[in-house]
Design a protein around this ligand. Structure first.
Ligand code: PLP
Length: 395
């Protein structure tokens, strides 16, 4: 199998991890030859209720037996889509009243950029250095890592970048700005939390200039940070919200959620202003709704502070320069790429799966399924500390 993977599948790096997965259950992934990994990343914030949660599997099976794809997005009434959309709007409980389902996070970014331009009649976009909003052309244009853009230009014109957590840069948002696109917590940059009411200041500057605020909660949504949506911790609301990853409960799904009048621009002049064949696939929506229902029924969000406290208490070592994050979304920061990568490999051999970040190279991700028990978290911390110590003492 690995041989065929090496021969025929496109690889995004020269050295993919390349482990073969036979099945997943709860917080564990298993290979066909009997290896087992404690999943400390949840497919990067996707498997918030763990692998193969019976509620999610059943919902997928039930919907798959009814219908898979009756119609392009937006024309037919499909119960899983409608029920899921209504539940998300209800949980948001703010001015974001219309949801558009896509297939992925990058597509949600694309849709949001389009409606922001059309609604405001403006062409300029502002985003943050070190941001990640997806890999398609528009999303890459508002990405904040110049190295990732090399060779793919020309990208979108009219995009400028500001530094996250630097209110002095907000003057770059002007009356020509259609939208500011920003993550609530910069994930790919190594889990950078907003400081000193920064996001409220962005909101304020958007209000002053008439620019829209597009908030990317693709990594941080669905309980990951100890709030259902991370922005709920920071006392403001965006004009457009981006969701994906855990939204689909493990199946492909994204969404942008906007105020009524902003979303309305795709309906006319011309009609069908943003279309997708598979966006909001009913099986994905059924899986996502089952996953969200489990997050609510098992009260996973309320259990997060105790779990976060375990990580904070346990993950201390002279080699760990910083542990930053909230809820069950953390970055473990070391002094170099070589050290972080060595820890990742040792942890992998010990049965703990973690991964680096795209926009910094000296950190590792921690984002286990929210269903992880306190005891399992201690096991994960034991494995991580043993791995750090092994690399440290071998240095
Ligand atoms: N935005 C953020 C914050 C992300 O972390 C990601 C994916 O990692 C995306 C957007 C893009 O989502 P997708 O990979 O589903 O296109």
């Amino acid at each position: 199998m690995k041989d065929l993977f090496d021969r025929y599948l496109a690889h995004t790096s020269e050295e993919p991890i390349g482990m073969e997965i036979e099945r997943g259950e709860g917080i564990y992934l298993y290979s066909p030859d009997g290896k087992k990994w404690l999943d400390f990343i949840s497919g990067i914030c996707v498997m918030n209720v763990g692998h193969n949660a019976p509620e999610v599997v059943k919902a997928i099976q039930r919907q798959a037996a009814l219908y898979l794809h009756p119609m392009v997005y937006g024309e037919a009434v499909m119960a899983p889509q409608v029920n899921y959309g209504a539940k998300i709007i209800e949980l948001l409980n703010n001015r974001l009243r219309r949801i558009y389902f896509t297939n992925s996070g990058a597509e949600a970014t694309e849709g949001a950029l389009k409606i922001a331009k059309k609604y405001t009649g403006r062409g300029e976009l502002v985003s943050c250095y070190n941001a990640y909003h997806g890999s398609t052309h528009g999303a890459l244009s508002v990405g904040g890592n110049p190295k990732k853009k090399v060779g793919y230009g020309p990208l979108l014109p009219g995009v400028s970048h500001i530094r996250f957590n630097h209110p002095e840069d907000l003057s770059q948002i002007t009356e020509n700005t259609a939208a500011v696109i920003i993550e609530t917590i910069q994930g790919t940059a190594g889990i950078i939390l907003p400081r000193d009411n920064y996001l409220k200041k962005v909101r304020q500057r958007c209000d002053e200039t008439g620019a829209l605020m597009i908030l990317d909660e693709i990594q941080t949504g669905f309980g990951r940070t100890g709030y259902m949506f991370a922005f709920q911790a920071f006392d403001f609301e965006p004009d457009i919200l981006l969701l994906a990853k855990s939204l689909g409960g493990g199946l492909p799904l994204g969404a942008f959620v906007a105020r009524e009048e902003i979303m309305a621009v795709i309906q006319k002049n011309p009609m069908f202003g943003h279309i997708t064949t598979f966006g909001g696939n009913p099986v994905s929506c059924a899986a996502g709704l089952a996953s969200l229902t489990k997050i609510l029924d098992d009260e996973l969000v309320a259990k997060m502070p105790a779990k976060a406290a375990i990580l904070r208490q346990r993950l201390q070592h002279p080699a760990i320069q910083e542990l930053r994050g909230m809820g069950l979304l953390f970055g473990l920061i070391f002094d170099s790429f070589e050290f972080a990568e060595a820890v990742r490999k040792v942890a992998f051999d010990k049965g703990l799966l973690t991964l680096g970040f795209i926009n910094i190279d000296n950190g590792l991700r921690i984002s286990p399924p929210l269903t992880i028990t306190e005891e399992e978290l201690h096991t994960a911390c034991d494995l991580m500390l043993a791995s750090v110590e092994e690399v440290w003492s071998g240095n």
